[in-house]
Design a protein around this ligand. Structure first.
Ligand SMILES: Cc1ncc(COP(=O)(O)O)c(C=O)c1O
Length: 307
């Protein structure tokens, strides 16, 4: 069964088209060379109605990703935000995953991307727990990937580009084939980088550590959310280079991401983390996160955009 609502609507270049007609030509530049930048985030059903979590931050990151690849989006960020809201309304969804994408379309097929149009689309669909139904409570088993994250000055890690996800797919496939839920990649220096679609945090002696942006990671919006929520409850988060073996002796480890939310990790390479289950600090951060996205806390950071 398709995970999508195939009776729904897609926003394409400023117009709504039916899901089934939201097609592009096989000669589009993006298909051959991975020339696209995208976003992934969620709208939640809160106690005060549907609200998009961190819409402005995600739109800003999309525009930044496009800037790195010399792509000018033919809409202002405000217009783009409005289009996201309209797409959710047009699909009559109370909670959903949101996937805006900006891509080099149909024109020529040289590597030179400039002759091609810059096309935009926004898709929405209902998407449950990314790493499995029980992951949020019980945690997941992961491995260190034999694939590294891209080296500096190869593919920009700070851009959320489609091409970067070829690397993510290698990490994910290897993990799944070996019986794990996810892989954690190291960077070219052998330091911890990130999961195939998540940032990573380590808890040790009551402090929370996470790799810095220079460790070839995506600047996660959930990562930024955790910085603020942890601070709110009096726990400091330190960005620092982390050696692989620190994972094995951590008290707690968790993933963050718009799709994965806050997912505990209970083992790495079959070595139990802490007591082999979700730890108290991970639970505390999860509680803060879910209370915030559920609208149960005051929206003091203006992270919720009502629909
Ligand atoms: C490679 C990678 N790292 C980190 C993240 C987490 O980013 P965010 O919290 O903005 O969803 C993602 C999520 O899309 C990702 O794909």
């Amino acid at each position: 069964m398709s995970p999508f609502n195939e009776d729904g609507k897609v926003w394409m270049n400023g117009k709504f088209v039916s899901w089934k007609e939201a097609n592009i030509h096989v000669a589009s530049h993006v298909i051959h060379y991975g020339s696209c930048l995208f976003e992934g985030f969620r709208a939640y059903e809160t106690s005060k109605g549907t609200a998009i979590f961190r819409l402005h931050s995600h739109t800003r990151r999309l525009y930044n990703s496009c800037k790195m690849y010399r792509m000018e989006i033919p809409y202002t960020q405000e217009e783009f935000n409005k289009a996201v809201i309209e797409t959710i309304k047009a699909n009559k969804l109370k909670a959903c995953y949101i996937r805006p994408i900006v891509y080099r379309g149909y024109g020529t097929l040289g590597v030179d991307p400039f002759p091609n149009p810059i096309d935009c689309a926004i898709l929405v669909w209902e998407w449950g727990q990314y790493l499995g139904e029980e992951a949020l409570e019980n945690g997941v088993d992961v491995r260190i990937s034999s694939w590294q994250r891209m080296a500096p000055n190869t593919f920009p890690a700070l851009a959320k580009s489609g091409a970067n996800y070829m690397n993510s797919q290698l990490i994910k496939m290897e993990a799944l084939k070996d019986g794990y839920v996810e892989g954690i990649a190291l960077n070219v220096r052998g330091h911890i980088s990130e999961g195939s679609g998540e940032n990573i945090f380590i808890v040790r002696d009551g402090k929370i550590l996470t790799p810095p942006l220079s460790s070839s990671i995506l600047p996660g919006i959930t990562r930024d959310t955790v910085f603020k929520l942890a601070e709110d409850v009096g726990i400091s988060v330190l960005e620092q280079t982390i050696p692989r073996e620190m994972l094995y002796i951590a008290d707690e480890v968790f993933f963050t991401g718009s799709a994965a939310e806050i997912t505990p990790i209970r083992s790495v390479d079959r070595i139990s983390i802490g007591e082999g289950k979700r730890g108290p600090i991970t639970k505390k951060i999860q509680d803060e996160y879910f209370a915030y996205i559920g609208g149960e806390k005051e929206d003091k950071y203006n992270w919720l955009t009502p629909i």
